[in-house]
Design a protein around this ligand. Structure first.
Ligand SMILES: [Zn+2]
Ligand SMILES: [Zn+2]
Ligand SMILES: [Zn+2]
Length: 504
């Protein structure tokens, strides 16, 4: 194919040869219309385990341009919308599977789903939801680190109550504006000198540990509260033998640059003969007990903070706004909650806080984080505080220099307890099995490489041996990328039309 310097020229060159274009667009579709696929060159063969016979070979040499396109599989909406949609659908299944209290991955093996994560995957037993497994959706918030500008749906931002209209720095304590949610001011402190920026960064850095301790406290609270429910006194150890707190949590960045945790928490019973089973909780352990235990834990737990100049709080604690609501055992509610969490799972800090990169910058680019004209003043101030704290001996173990782009937050966006539900890996395997079973040739060497180990379960007694190298990331030309986006859009519209046709 001739290289052209204009995007239009590149597109024309791409569609010039009917047959090559057909094969290229088929590749793009197989890569899920990813906007920055990995281009691989190399070959793979399927070898019979028993006989050592080569049953099939595949080489990228036969593909357009001699490369195979493989989806980037990025979680982040801002990086790759089609791959994020796929991730969101997977996340939905992981969350929804836990809502159903089944960790039966087999049940989910209904193949690749649409871009919407469709409620169709919930299974058809319907209605049984979390019978015997009380389930709540809880939002754990951060405390206040000073007054910030807020969008209040047309109402006034901040009213300064009491005698003092200005702070000790001479700045107004109120703000008469009616901010739009998109206003760059939203989340910025009314007075940067009053705001406890160091406290906020340290809080972010300890949010993960605060949650870990919250789980421990919740077990203690369960032990303390259980007698009133079950009529028997229980030790923490005994409670752990009877109850298990399973959860999935998603971190969400607020505009002010601090994380909140959305947690789907479930109370399971424990089957001593089969610890991996998600057993029903005992009858006395209902949703009220779970709510009370989480509430109690949230109010009492704390994490000691390193001593830092100009910052006084000795511990990190949850904010007073704690929202815990039961998730009713219905399909609709379960689907809604799973969708709500899945939406956050594809967000990055940069989606909420202007001026921050979507991913961890390379070491040599760290100095640029929070700098430049597009960065709001309070975000620049916060990144400066992270840098300052990173240099302190008392904060060394926090490794803050690596977490400037997340304003100190060090955890994963999405995480779950071990036995919450089906895993992303299980879903990928299910999807792959589905593709194979449906006659689609498995051509995802990325997956093949990962699973092509001799002791891998393998399909039908074969093992895939691949030899691949990365030729590049993203489409080779901007024209290709534009075409891939058009194809993706057409694909989604066709799906939509098909679905509508089904409904009518
Ligand atoms: Zn992608
Ligand atoms: Zn304001
Ligand atoms: Zn002030």
């Amino acid at each position: 194919m001739m290289r052209s310097s204009t995007v239009l020229g590149q597109m024309i060159a791409r569609v010039a040869d009917d047959e090559e274009y057909r094969r290229w667009s088929a590749q793009v579709e197989r890569a899920g219309h990813c906007v920055r696929p990995v281009r691989l060159s190399g070959s793979a063969m399927t070898v019979n385990r028993e006989t050592g016979e080569i049953e099939a070979t595949y080489s990228s040499a036969g593909e357009p341009g001699g490369v195979l396109l493989v989806a980037c599989k990025d979680r982040r909406e801002s990086v790759c919308p089609p791959c994020a949609a796929r991730y969101r659908a997977d996340a939905w299944h992981v969350f929804a599977a836990g809502v159903r209290h089944g960790n039966d991955a087999d049940h989910d093996a209904d193949g690749p789903r649409g871009d919407d994560g469709g409620a169709a995957g919930l299974g058809d037993e319907g209605g049984h939801g979390a019978v015997g497994n009380p389930l709540v959706l809880a939002t754990f918030t951060a405390p206040s680190f000073g007054r910030v500008h807020a969008a209040r749906e047309g109402r006034v931002c901040r009213v300064a109550r009491g005698g003092n209209r200005t702070c000790e720095h001479g700045r107004p304590r109120g703000c008469p504006s009616r901010h739009d949610a998109k206003d760059a001011m939203v989340g910025a402190p009314l007075c940067e000198d009053c705001a406890d920026l160091a406290g906020q960064v340290l809080w972010n850095a300890h949010a993960g540990e605060l949650w870990r301790r919250t789980v421990i406290y919740a077990y203690r609270a369960l032990a303390a509260l259980a007698p009133a429910v079950g009529g028997q006194a229980l030790t923490v150890r005994a409670v752990r033998g009877l109850l298990r707190l399973s959860y999935v949590k998603v971190a969400e960045f607020q505009k002010r640059g601090v994380v909140h945790l959305h947690v789907l928490a479930r109370l399971d019973g424990v089957n001593p003969d089969d610890p991996d089973q998600v057993a029903s909780a005992p009858a006395w352990a209902g949703v009220d007990l779970l709510t009370a235990a989480l509430m109690h834990a949230a109010q009492h737990v704390s994490v000691p903070l390193p001593v830092v100049d100009g910052h006084t709080a000795a511990t990190a604690r949850w904010g007073t706004q704690l929202d815990i609501r039961p998730v009713p055992a219905s399909r609709i509610d379960g689907a809604r909650v799973a969708g709500y969490l899945a939406k956050y799972a594809t967000k990055t800090v940069s989606d909420s806080v202007n001026g921050l990169p979507a991913s961890r910058p390379r070491a040599e680019e760290r100095e640029d984080v929070g700098q430049g004209r597009a960065v709001p003043a309070h975000v620049a101030a916060l990144t400066a505080v992270v840098r300052k704290l990173a240099r302190l001996a008392t904060c060394r173990t926090l490794r803050l220099a690596r977490h400037i782009h997340t304003l100190g937050f060090r955890g994963h966006v999405t995480s779950k307890s071990r036995r919450y539900s089906t895993t992303f890996t299980a879903l990928r395997q299910a999807r792959r099995a589905w593709r194979l079973a449906n006659g689609g040739r498995e051509r995802d060497p990325w997956a093949q490489q990962q699973t092509a180990t001799p002791d891998d379960g393998g399909d039908a007694g074969t093992v895939v041996v691949g030899d691949w190298r990365i030729a590049g990331i993203g489409y080779r030309t901007l024209g290709d990328r534009v075409l891939a986006e058009v194809l993706g859009r057409e694909h989604r519209q066709a799906r939509e039309a098909w679905r509508m046709g089904l409904i009518e």
